[in-house]
Write a protein that binds this ligand. Structure first.
Ligand code: KIV
Length: 255
C-alpha cells in the first residue's frame, strides 16, 4: 500500500475497529511490532527521553529524528510510519514543509506535529504538498517548559472549546487523524463523538478515543525510571535485561 492508501485506510477506521498505535525508534523493534500487527509506528520525539536520555522532548533535533525514522523504515513495515516534527523545525509553513519532506525522504509515510489553530497553516502547507499529516492536541510535550510541567487538558469549558476549535482547524487543513494526549475522559469522548477523523488517545482514559497510542517502553516495561500513571505495562523487560546481564557476567567471571 502507498502512504496515501495507508493514511486513507486509517482514516476510514473512524468509529470502527480501534486503531492500535505504538512508538518505535529502531529497526528490530519496528519489525517485531509490525509482525504483531500494529497499525501505526510513530517515530515520536519521545525518542529524546526514552532512547537518548534527555529530560524532555525539547532537546530532539531533526538529525535525531531522521536517523531513527530511517532505521524504522528499513524494517519495511505494513504499518504506516509516522515521523514527529521536532520542536522549532516547523516555526513557519515553509519550514514545516521542508522538515516534512526531509522526514519523508528518510522513510516516513506521514508526519505529526503538535498544536491546533496556530499550526493550521503549517499543516496545510504539508498536506497541500501531498504528505499525510496527523495532528496532536491536548497536553503538548514540546511546550512542557512554557507550561511548567505536564498538565491534564479539557478540564474547563474554555479548554474544551479551544480543543474543539483546534481540532476543526487541523481537520480543515487536512489531517487524517488526531492524537489526543492527557485530555480528561469526558472531553476526549465528546471530541471523539463529534470529529469526523479518528482520535488516537494517550492518557485520556479507557475507550474514549477511536484508538490508543502508547510509548513502546511503557508497554515493554523497559524504562523503569519514569512510568506515566496511565501506562499499562505488558512486560517487565527492565528486570529481564538486568537478569540476563547478571547471568552473562556470572558466566564470564566464573569460568
Ligand atoms: O512522541 C511521542 O511518543 C508522542 C506520543 C506520546 C503520542 O507524541
Amino acid at each position: 500500500m502507498t502512504a496515501h492508501q495507508k493514511a486513507a485506510a486509517l482514516g476510514a477506521r473512524k468509529g470502527g475497529l480501534p486503531i492500535a498505535a505504538l512508538t518505535a525508534y529502531d529497526y528490530p523493534t519496528a519489525r517485531l511490532l509490525d509482525d504483531s500487527g500494529v497499525d501505526v509506528l510513530l517515530v515520536g520525539d519521545s525518542l529524546g527521553m526514552v532512547v537518548l536520555g534527555f529530560p524532555d522532548t525539547t532537546h530532539v533535533t531533526l538529525a535525531h529524528m531522521l536517523h531513527h525514522v530511517a532505521a524504522v523504515a528499513r524494517a519495511k513495515p505494513q504499518a504506516i510510519i509516522v515521523g514527529d516534527l521536532p520542536i522549532h523545525t516547523y516555526d513557519t509553513p515553509a519550514m514545516a514543509l521542508d522538515t516534512a519532506r526531509q522526514l519523508v525522504a528518510a522513510g516516513a509515510e506521514a508526519v505529526k506535529l503538535e498544536g491546533g489553530i496556530r499550526q493550521a497553516e503549517k499543516v496545510r502547507a504539508i498536506t497541500s504538498a501531498g504528505i499525510p499529516v496527523v495532528g496532536h492536541l491536548g497536553m503538548l510535550p514540546q511546550r512542557v517548559i512554557e507550561e511548567g510541567g505536564y498538565h491534564k487538558k479539557g478540564k474547563t469549558p474554555e479548554q474544551s472549546d479551544a480543543l474543539r476549535e483546534g481540532a476543526q482547524a487541523l481537520i480543515d487543513a487536512g489531517v487524517f487523524a488526531i492524537v489526543l494526549e492527557s485530555v480528561i475522559p469526558a472531553t476526549a469522548r465528546e471530541l471523539t463523538a463529534s470529529l469526523p477523523v479518528p482520535t488516537i488517545g494517550i492518557g485520556c482514559g479507557d475507550h474514549t478515543c477511536d484508538g490508543e497510542i502508547a510509548v513502546i517502553t511503557d508497554v515493554l516495561g523497559s524504562f523503569p525510571w519514569f512510568v506515566p500513571p496511565f501506562a499499562k505495562p505488558e512486560a517487565d523487560l527492565a528486570t529481564s535485561i538486568r537478569n540476563a546481564a547478571s547471568h552473562y557476567i556470572a558466566r564470564v567471571q566464573n569460568r
